[in-house]
Ligand binder design. Sequence first.
Ligand SMILES: [Zn+2]
Length: 257
Amino acid sequence: MHLFDTHAHIGLITEDPIEQLIIVQEARKESVDCIVSICNNLQDFFQVYENLKTAAHVYHAVGVSPSEVANLSRGWEEKIEEGVAFPRIIAIGEIGLDYYRKFGNKDSQIELFIRQLEIAGRLGLPVIIHNRDAGRDVLEILKEKLPSRGGVLHCYSENWNYAKEALNLNLYISFAGNVTYRNARNLHETAKNMPLDRMLIETESPFMVPSSHRGKRNKPAYLSETALFIAELREEDPETVCEVLFRNSLDFFQVTP
Ligand SMILES: [Zn+2]
């Protein structure tokens, strides 16, 4: 079995460089052969990148999340381009809109989102998209601005009807550990009905820990529970589901491990 954790905030699990390495190595023992490290801010990106430089199975996304909209430093766009030049940078992310926590204001979030969609288009990278309580605006913006390499709606939180609209835009949909929660009916319906070839999985660690580890901090090593849960929902062979999800990740990020 091969698993690809498409979204892990390694720098939020721990700031300790040695522990970060242990976490990504430990994941391999649980069949997590590849991980995408997602930064919290640009400073965190450069730090975690440096700490995990020797971990060849860890890829990195670089970008400014909506939570940073009020703390943008001068030259942030140049910093993203500087990061993109490093080896194993495979996406711009996470970027998007978060109306739940009301970072900055809507207009400044939208502007930051669009500018990074344009950067991704210019640099030929796909995007990892954060959406919290902003589903309508996210889709409307993506209809106009989705870069040619496409995008993934990460830590999917909407319903099946929304997913159909996203699939029409050729987006991927990524499920995190919250799909395993008993009351997550919208997520179950979506994961059951959507085409498997547009699906990715992730831990969103340290958040969204799968059911059986509830109460703990999430980490990439816990990813298999999410894959197996989805296979059971779909009544499909777990090995096959894992293989398809893994292949989807390689296709989306254009990587060969
Ligand atoms: Zn995230």
